[in-house]
Design a binder for this molecule. Structure first.
Ligand code: ADP
Length: 480
């Protein structure tokens, strides 16, 4: 949950959705691990439980719970376990996932439910997010099913990215505390392993994902990551609710991290941000040269395999490109090498830096999203708000939030392409560069982009409706 810890969209969404739900008058508590980055003094965390034990396999794990209450009433509880969570990263290093993620997140889920009991919270809805929480709906209907307040709670499982499933070998299953009768394909077994994510998909009272388009895509073989059968079987309970961004957190008019503030009524200072970005990347400072940004986790999903092969052609286009990201080592290497050879127009920054990301959104004319799949994507929403016109592949949330610009009708807020190929990507970039040269048209497009509304208002209401519907469903214990 941002601002405490984030690796991408999930952290961002939990940070802002909780405020939006709170804004509708609900009591909201969040549980997350106390990662190393979350300092007790800095955040003035209050210790609310000093000690309790959680059984994981045949080991007792000591637990402490801290809490932060924000002025608006949102409470965030931190599950502390030094061995599991006081590490440099959240899920793994460049070398791969931490080997004990099975134990870490089995522990997190069990400790969270125990803490909810000890704190005597009586939730109506337990909203679980991604594989790290997939067994919570399972526990609510099995090991925790006799605890009366949980019989009143209903669970929702939201898929932020189906590609991350938390699948582990049978050996690890013992630690979950569940009986082997659940290690079956009707329940938790998934191609010889067990899957946290599948637990959420099978056991939650409702399943959502972060755009309507993605909710349909994941029921197909192409995008289902092996879960399409499970999802299709539950299709009545699977819906898509598009993510929003908090307009206060992402506002070029008040953003102090950028060099010049601007708004849709006064776009012109955006040029200052562009000039700074050009200068800091060692590019020629010229407002007529289009500057394109790319900020993402550097993983296959984000389309680097179709972007990298066209860099030679882009070099001919009199444009500039700034890349910010971290991820797979292979991409770090390739991009660093390319940047050395193309200093004049290609800037590469291999790190996670929220401030630099903002400067890139503010200084870019366009932003690239050539994703193979994209559940929702926040980058294009931020890009729109900062007047960096999105160029994206017509999948998932990109297709639901970007409308192709029509130069005749002056409608639309970006550019879309269909085929996952370098040719299609190059063609759409060239289409955008052509419009960029037509100053008046471009100005209209930037205004359209900045006026697109992806605040949480509408989506938070949809979650509220879903919570109400799910709350009325009867409680049932899972039978094997
Ligand atoms: P995902 O959740 O798949 O990573 P999203 O587009 O939903 O993708 O969210 C990514 C968020 O993380 C965006 O706000 C993006 O700007 C930010 N981000 C990604 N990589 C970096 C980075 N290296 N430095 C700063 N911010 C980043």
């Amino acid at each position: 949950m941002a601002p405490f810890a984030k690796t991408g969209g999930l952290g961002e969404v939990i940070g802002s959705l909780t405020n939006a739900i709170r804004g509708l008058g609900h009591d909201v508590s969040v549980f997350m691990p106390r990662y190393r980055s979350i300092d007790i003094q800095q955040w003035e965390l209050e210790k609310v439980i000093d000690y309790f034990e959680v059984i994981i396999g045949n080991q007792l794990e000591a637990t402490r719970i801290f809490m932060k209450k924000f002025a608006n009433g949102v409470k965030v509880y931190f599950v502390e376990h030094p061995d599991f969570f006081m590490r440099d990263e959240l899920y793994g290093t460049v070398l791969g996932d931490y080997q004990d993620n099975d134990r870490r997140f089995t522990y997190f889920q069990r400790a969270t439910l125990k803490a909810v009991e000890k704190l005597k919270l009586a939730p109506d809805i337990i909203h679980c997010n991604d594989w790290q929480t997939g067994f919570i709906p399972v526990y609510l209907k099995t090991l925790e099913a006799n605890y009366a307040p949980f019989q009143k709670a209903r669970s929702i499982f939201t898929i932020h990215n189906l590609g991350y499933q938390g699948n582990f070998p049978p050996d690890s299953f013992l630690a979950t505390g569940l009986g082997w009768e659940f290690f079956k394909s009707d329940f938790l077994e998934f191609y010889g392993k067990f899957s946290f994510l599948k637990g959420g998909l099978v056991f939650a009272d409702a399943v959502t994902t972060v755009s309507e388009r993605y909710s349909r895509e994941i029921q197909t073989k192409e995008f289902g990551c092996g879960m399409e059968g499970v999802l299709t079987a539950r299709k009545e309970s699977v819906t898509g609710i598009i993510n929003g961004i908090d307009p206060k957190d992402w506002d070029p008019e008040t953003d102090r991290d950028i060099d010049a503030q601007y708004s849709v009524r006064n776009v012109s200072p955006k040029k200052v941000n562009k000039a700074v970005l050009q200068k800091e990347n060692g590019f020629k400072t010229d407002e007529n040269i289009p500057l394109i940004g790319f900020v993402a986790r550097l993983v296959d999903q984000k389309g680097l395999e179709i972007l990298i092969p066209i860099l030679d052609q882009l070099a001919q286009e009199n444009m500039q490109l700034v890349v910010l990201g971290t991820g797979d080592e292979k991409y770090h290497q390739i991009l660093r090498d390319l940047a050395k050879k193309n200093k004049k127009w290609l800037g590469v920054h291999i790190l996670f830096d929220a401030k630099l990301a903002k400067k890139i959104y503010a200084g870019s004319d366009m932003f690239l999203f050539p994703s193979y799949y994209e559940p929702c994507g926040l980058g294009q929403l931020i890009g729109l708000r900062y007047g960096a016109v999105p160029i994206g592949r017509a999948v998932g949330g990109l297709a639901d939030t970007i409308q192709e610009f029509d130069p005749v009708l002056h409608q639309g807020n970006g550019f879309l392409f269909e085929d996952y190929s370098s040719e299609a990507l190059l063609a759409v970039i060239r289409r955008a560069l052509k419009i960029f040269k037509q100053e008046k048209l471009w100005k209209t497009l930037v205004e359209n982009a900045m006026e697109s509304d992806f605040s949480w208002t509408a989506s938070a209401k949809k979650y509220e409706q879903l919570y109400e519907t799910v709350k009325r469903r009867p409680f049932n214990i899972a039978k094997s």
